[in-house]
Design a protein around this ligand. Structure first.
Ligand code: HSE
Length: 411
């Protein structure tokens, strides 16, 4: 028998216990040993819940108990999770976590400790909820040089954008629904401002490129500026607006960003709707591979956590190698990152506005909608972030009478 402790009895923690209750027998067979949850740690009481019989409020008895071989951290946040996880690993206990903040910030260090101790630090559930993506990157795509990862990595924002488009619902209403369904972070700013997707692409990039990609270095923009007007233009252009996280290696430089993107309908990520996530990985040998599934929610996330527990139990005294060193990767300055934009401009005189735009951006094709009369949209030619911004600054130099209503990158 292998005894484990679960730190945190929130959405994911209670999901983990539910998965053991539902599929315990087959999980034990797959692990080759019976797995028993000996402790659940949480600050709160849960009167009437059977968890009460194994509930503790203090980490010390867990860390001091030699019978605990695997610690499952599903509390979220960097502290105290980092301290608990580090101590558990140093004590020789394997750790499974769903905590993307912890993994993005301290993943390389925690993997190093696990390797030194010949135990494991596993974090499949930290990216893409129930989608297997960490294990494939670590174990299946090892023949490849990965040169691009593009993903819809946040279920809450994809759910919001889908409902805004399909049901014309306002942002706030859909966000509330995502919170009720257990998709959103405790502070949903992490979702809607893109920080959650940013941490996830930092984790995937670190694993793909084998170095520490700091999430603070990744240009990040969320979906709070996306309006029904943008949705209408996207429909007119036969495109989908998605919050996309990407990192790309080009000529030995890596650039990464998180931002809304207008995707053409033939882009594989354009068909990913609702709480679903998808990750498109490009390798120099395999070509394109896509991973798809539920990216948030209690049971999909718990499924990935329990799969890691099984892996930890199968490798109690043997480290499963992963390729993520503590050496920092310098990303390309976003000024030089290639890009193309859709820009909505408010004007007072249409033909003057077109002349002003074309004098800077070259020939454009203007897009106008009946419902938005004093503005038009256009797509720039491909350039760099810095050059496009400089042209926009010139366009807005005070005398133009133009107003940028929004700008969204185009893929
Ligand atoms: N808030 C996250 C999301 C949860 O919406 O994707 C899963 O990491």
């Amino acid at each position: 028998m292998v005894q484990i402790a679960v730190l945190g009895y929130g959405t994911v923690g209670s999901g983990v216990l539910e998965v053991f209750k539902t599929n315990g027998d087959s999980i034990n067979k797959r692990a080759g040993k019976e797995i028993k949850v000996k402790y659940v740690l949480d600050r709160r009481e849960f009167p009437g819940d059977p968890v009460s019989s194994i509930l503790v409020h203090d980490i010390e008895p867990i860390l001091a108990d030699p019978e605990i071989q695997v610690v499952v951290e599903v509390m979220g946040g960097v502290e105290p999770a980092y301290t608990f996880v580090k101590r558990a690993l140093l004590d020789g206990k394997s750790v499974v976590t769903s905590n993307k903040e912890l993994v993005a910030k301290h993943g390389a260090e925690l993997l190093k400790i696990a390797k030194e101790k010949d135990i494991n630090f596993l974090f499949e559930a930290s990216v893409g909820g129930g989608i297997p993506i960490i294990r494939p990157l670590n174990q299946s795509l090892t023949a490849d040089e990965i040169y691009e990862i593009t993903g819809i990595l946040n279920g809450t924002t994809n759910f919001i954008l889908t409902k805004m488009k399909e049901e014309g619902l306002p942002f706030e209403t859909v966000l509330k629904e995502a919170q009720e369904k257990g998709y959103a972070e405790r502070n949903p700013e992490a979702d809607i401002e893109g920080h959650d997707a940013c941490r996830k692409i930092a984790i995937l990039s670190s694993l793909a490129f084998g170095m520490q990609v700091d999430y603070e270095d990744i240009y990040t923009e969320g979906i709070t500026a996306i309006s029904q007007a943008d949705m209408a233009y996207a429909a007119k252009m036969d495109r989908e607006i998605k919050l996309v996280a990407m990192s790309k290696k080009q000529d030995n430089e890596v650039w990464a960003r998180v931002s809304p993107l207008l995707l053409r309908m033939d882009h594989p990520l354009s068909t990913v709707h609702g709480v679903f996530n998808a990750i498109l990985v490009k390798g120099n040998v395999i070509g394109d591979v896509m991973f798809y599934g539920k990216g948030a929610g209690k049971l999909p996330t718990a499924s990935a956590v329990v799969a890691d527990i099984v892996d930890a139990v199968k490798h109690l005294e043997r480290n499963i190698m992963s390729f993520w060193s503590t050496k920092k990767m310098e990303l390309l300055d976003s000024y030089y990152a290639p890009t193309q934009y859709f820009i909505r401009l408010g004007y007072t005189d249409f033909s003057t506005a077109i002349k002003q735009v074309e004098s800077l951006f070259g020939n454009i094709h203007s897009i106008q909608l009946e419902d938005y009369k004093d503005e038009f949209g256009f797509i720039t030619h491909e350039s760099t972030e810095g050059e496009i911004q400089e042209k926009l600054d010139q366009l807005m130099d005070g005398s133009s009478g133009l107003e940028i209503r929004n700008k969204i990158r185009v893929e």
